[in-house]
Design a protein around this ligand. Structure first.
Ligand SMILES: Cc1ncc(COP(=O)(O)O)c(C=O)c1O
Length: 454
């Protein structure tokens, strides 16, 4: 059984699979402390496609983040404060946002509508007054109005100037503001584009002179940054601008380092939170001391880091057929869609960690490519042109089904989801403290039709 767990890369903290294991019957199980859930039993009960959310994983990720940064700051005698702002765009589901807030996360929002959700929480008295909100995204008038309204209600809310055209629009805003820099630095990531449309160049920011109530200097380089040293290098570059900017803006006291911490997606060990925290806190601390400025408070907005591992997606294999005549490789057709429900498979060729939910101990495996149920020839997962190995369907007993789990699906996929071929979105269940809650039913034809005016 030990080899089965190793084979499917479970139980490995460096791959974010420390919560997953194999039962004696060859089923995928998920551990929460000393309690465990059998994923095969869950999918038999709730059907497929199914998304399973584990709030305890979210909570653990945020707790680790606080512990590591706070310990590093203490050890290095860094006198600034650390805070975590969860970027809501990464997953706006209530079942994700509430556990994060309860672990002490603040929020970063990117639009009027995300901020409106916060207003709703505030109105229902769910919101702790000490919570802080950072507002990114283009500031249209209704967005600024809502920012002002929430500030007047007592929320500590900071709009970030993304574009110089926003400065006149924020003229009558009485609270603190931030500004987003577009720093010129190359990092290894899908999103390291030659032209980045976000933020303002350091030169233009410095030319502004004094910016009223400037509190936060912010940047966000990109997502899934492959080298930890790049996160540190970018923080150093931002700190250089901070030191310059403080000469004309003494109210500036916080660096918001944005998102970008990568998820291993089951394939290989990346860098650790410890190494990045040590690099950032050490570098910025030394630069502050050398320049004779107080060390800035530090904010990170690592979204994917916290939420990707907290959800798995389960599909049933409907049937199999050869990839082409004579090929040993098979297409396994799933009862869901990559294009609809795991859209990054198509958009950015996302690599996923895939494992069977049952028959994990199968003696015979076949090399497969996966294909979704829509009519689109791009609706497939070929593991970047390689293949994955899954149990042979011939081994199944009469009436038995083969299910697969795709790990780390908690980040970005829900808000990007679509309805190609009018396939229904998966059901979503929340699993915590031994309780299972149905958060979203699988869509009915009526519900899907309604979205298109039927
Ligand atoms: C401003 C900002 N902060 C944070 C994030 C989250 O990035 P990640 O999920 O890579 O940590 C994003 C993602 O696009 C972003 O635009």
């Amino acid at each position: 059984m030990k080899n089965v767990r190793q084979f499917w890369k479970l139980g490995r903290p460096e791959l974010n699979t420390q919560w997953f294991d194999v039962s004696r019957d060859g089923h995928l199980i998920v551990k929460e402390g000393n309690y465990q859930y059998n994923v095969f039993e869950l999918v038999k009960k709730y059907g497929s496609p199914l998304e399973i959310v584990f709030p305890h994983i979210l909570e653990q990720k945020v707790e680790d983040l606080f512990t590591v940064f706070q310990n590093t700051m203490r050890r290095r005698k860094y006198r600034g404060r650390f805070s975590y702002h969860y970027p809501m765009k990464v997953n706006q589901n209530k079942e994700f946002v509430i556990p994060l807030l309860s672990e002490g996360a603040n929020l970063e929002v990117a639009s009027h509508n995300e901020l409106w959700l916060l207003k709703k929480l505030w109105g229902q008295n769910h919101f702790n007054a000490r919570i802080r909100v950072i507002c990114n995204g283009p500031k249209v008038a209704k967005y600024i109005d809502l920012i002002t309204e929430l500030r007047n209600l007592g929320v500590y809310i900071t709009p970030i100037i993304e574009d110089l055209g926003e400065i006149p629009m924020l003229k009558s805003f009485k609270g603190d503001v931030g500004i987003r820099a577009n720093i010129n630095i190359k990092v290894r990531s899908h999103w390291d584009k030659k032209f980045d449309q976000f933020g303002t160049s350091p030169e233009e920011i410095l030319e502004l002179g004094r910016i009223r109530n400037l509190k936060i200097l912010h940047y966000h380089l990109g997502s899934q940054i492959e080298q930890g040293s790049d996160l540190v290098r970018a923080a150093k570059k931002l700190m250089e601008l901070y030191i310059q900017l403080r000469k004309t803006n003494p109210s500036l006291d916080t660096l918001d380092l944005g998102g970008g911490f990568a998820v291993p997606y089951g394939s290989r060990r990346l860098y650790s939170v410890e190494s990045v925290a040590n690099g950032i806190v050490g570098t910025i601390g030394k630069m502050a001391a050398r320049a004779g400025v107080p060390p800035p408070h530090l904010i990170v907005e690592w979204g994917r880091y916290a939420v990707a591992p907290a959800q798995i997606s389960i599909f049933r294999i409907i049937h199999a057929k050869p990839v082409s005549n004579g090929s040993r490789k098979l297409w396994y057709i799933i009862d869901g869609s990559f294009m609809n429900d795991l859209l990054d498979t198509w958009a950015i060729h996302q690599k996923w960690h895939v494992a069977p939910v049952n028959h994990m101990d199968a003696k015979k495996l076949v090399p497969v490519w996966l294909t979704g149920s829509s009519c689109d020839s791009d609706d497939k997962y070929t593991a970047s042109g390689t293949y994955i190995r899954l149990p042979r369907l011939e081994e199944l007993e009469d009436g038995e089904q083969q299910y697969i789990a795709i790990f780390d699906t908690g980040a970005y996929q829900d808000a990007l989801a679509s309805h190609h071929c009018l396939l229904s979105s998966p059901a979503k269940i929340i699993v915590q403290d031994g309780d299972i809650t149905l958060a979203r039913r699988r869509e009915t034809p009526e519900e899907v039709g309604k979205l298109f005016g039927w």
